[in-house]
Design a protein around this ligand. Sequence first.
Ligand code: IVH
Length: 672
Amino acid sequence: MERKEALSRITYLTAELQRHNRLYYQEDQPELTDADYDALFLELRELETQFPDLAPPDSPTQRVGGAPLERFTPVRHRRPMLSLENALMEGDLIDFDERIKRFLGLTSGEIEYLCEPKMDGLAVELIYEQGLFILGATRGDGTTGEEVTHNLKTVGEIPLRLDLPAPPPLLEVRGEIYLPLAPFRLLNREREENGEAPFANPRNAAAGSIRQLDSRITARRPLALFCYAPGEVIGEEFESQSTFLSTISGWGLPVNPLVRKVAGAQGVIDYFRTMSSERESLPYEIDGVVIKVDSYRLQRELGEKTRSPRWAIAWKFPPRQGVTLVEAIISSVGRTGVVTPVANLTPVELSGVTVSRATLHNWEELEKKDIRVGDTVIVERAGDVIPAVVRVLPERRTGAEQPVKPPEVCPACGSTITRIPDEVALRCLNLACPAQLRESIIHFASRNAMDIDGMGEKYVDQLLRLDLVTTVADLYRLTRADLMRFDRMGDKLADNLLAAVEKSKERELGRLIFALGIRHVGQHTAKLLAAAFGTMENLAAATAEELLTVREVGPQVAQSIRSFFVNERNRQVIARLFSAGVTPQITAKQVGGRFTGKSFVFTGSLTRFTRDNARLMVEQEGGHAAGSVSKKTDYVIAGKEAGSKLEKARSLGVTVLSEDEFLDLLEEAGEP
Ligand code: IVH
């Protein structure tokens, strides 16, 4: 192609892709299928490789892989985003309460406080003009943050338009973006398996996800938000923090349902105790509670210091940290062969949980932190199931501590260990490695994969010990007699396990693809692949070009899928699975599904499925999940506490379904 022609094509493609991004993310009205979008994207990328000097600086392709952070536009906050003073113990809180009473000249009575969970995430500001979400920014240094509108628009809970007859001319709302624990753990597992450094805690994961130049990466991380403070507001007056929160919640903005109004210091102390014990069962990380004088009149009277308001304080939970001894550093081999250093610790209790192992993530990190056998270290549980070593206490060293070198051979099978270029991880590349086999069977049987009820670590270890399995396909050839050889196995238990294995034969194709443990193919990608290719045969035969037409499949993923299916051993495992009677249920193709052309809106708090899954289920049937209700909406699925969207649906006469009714509809759609 000639330069001139290339330039005009690049200009056209750039404008088109930008328009489709807008349609997809902002207006929620995509015109293209994912495959058509990806084709345009790939064409542009191809041209830009041929003519690098013609690539526009704002090209949609530049966003893949993260350009330098300077590219975010700075945003000056109209009002500074202050931070909070910390209380670390009860006494600090009592001092705070007394200071306030003194300042206000109050000699009797109690102050009303609004208590809120302190979300461990990243503070952002959302700006709505005439009810329209026009800009979002991070807190930054409190005065100037970074514009991240494109990423915030991918957060499903953030309304792009407030459902109000007369929205205020200006509404700035502040809140905390966070990543719930379940997707955080999943993300870290995927990162470790892909040889990438995992995030130390959900807060870092949320921050890393929001500060992405490619909003498609952000879109894949199910971020969430709770709003907790006003910025500049024109056209609306609020009396108190509690009325502010209930009002904006009515407008469709997410507000934490655990906020409570309490009286005086004692009320706060009771709230703090309740939240301390509820903390462990919440689906997200909180690191304390925030206490605010409820009345805005009193807040104004109390005013602000330079960095923090006088009317609020953050009462932090004690960190889930402890000091203990590193007894040994061992290598553990994961499902994809990644060899990770793990510290065996002298058991220590961290807020109710006894910890005796900590992940050291990778050998580079081990070296950086200079952790040695015999070291006294600080360990912390930070949202992750497996705790991490924060740092060494060098002052406790005696000189007898032993540094550990990365292993040269796999501790499980003795094969030579390889360092893959561009990865921090070391890998054992032996596919028959028993450690990998163990992990891959556990993964295959796990709940999100083939969901073989009861087939956990304990039984997998017995299967391996008795040499009953050499690949996952052998699971389907187990007999009752085989199982009866297990320690402490009874008739009933054996029958249950066999029944669970049998039942798993008919899982959906997406689950089977995920269960195979192809590198870079997570649960979500597996479902998209199932929807796009329909059968395992089609997927196995797909060329890299065909794979690249699936949204979210980039060159690295396509390559990994190709290598998986080219491998003779993997093909045999799949053939053996099928000959043993595994018959994956065909997922409907995106085009021609029963929901083709239908538009769905999910609102309220969903309990039967996540928003992401709901979207996926709809898309698999060819439908579209939108963010806001309009005349074009076909169904609104209302969870608990559904608000304005539900009202709007009713006023427009749109069919409203409960979550269960939606699942029924989905089942009908799935029938031939
Ligand atoms: S209010 C002037 N409320 O904690 C009041 N902050 O240490 C500003 N945070 O930067 C904040 N949950 O990132 C407030 N319910 C909550 C919060 C909360 C988490 C964070 C926020 C803030 C930091 C202050």
